[in-house]
Ligand binder design. Structure first.
Ligand code: VL7
Length: 133
């Protein structure tokens, strides 16, 4: 794998995080707080083993996985589901089955930017982060 996701990535922009959170059933008050957050991604990659920390002043979320190995994940929305992450060329493609329909995310790197698409049902949230470490 030629791409190296290791690093600290700071929030740059987000489109339709609101729609994604509504699809997940997140309540109004939590959505209002969450929409203001400048989250940071701290990614540790060792070959096909990953830990992705999503860090904010409100809540943190951590997820560890190995490419191609399914595991049980408990999301910030409280649901549990079966998750698997695979390579698609240099993209990390995550599928989260058993909770909401069409749930998952995709990461890719473009220059010094980390891109993220979060999907749930018919909603897609697009986020961009910039490498700071
Ligand atoms: C997605 C959570 C909204 C609850 C708080 C918002 C706090 C900061 O899936 C994610 O990352 C993947 C890809 O990088 C790796 O795990 C994290 C965070 C959005 C959905 C739920 C709102 C309450 C956000 C933790």
């Amino acid at each position: 794998m030629s791409v190296d996701y290791n690093g600290t990535w700071d929030f740059v922009s987000s489109v339709n995080f609101e729609g994604y959170m509504v699809a997940l059933g997140i309540d109004f008050a939590t959505r209002k707080i969450a929409s203001l957050l400048k989250t940071q991604k701290v990614i540790k990659q060792d070959g096909d083993s990953f830990t992705i920390k999503t860090v904010s002043t409100f809540k943190n979320y951590e997820c560890s996985f190995k490419i191609g190995e399914e595991f049980m994940e408990k999301g910030l929305d409280g649901r549990t589901f079966q998750t698997v992450v695979n390579w698609e060329n240099d993209k990390l493609v995550c599928v989260q089955r058993g909770g909401k329909k069409n749930r998952g995310w995709t990461h890719w790197i473009q220059g010094d930017e980390l891109h993220l698409e979060l999907s749930c049902e018919d909603q897609v949230c697009k986020q961009i982060y910039k490498r700071t470490g």
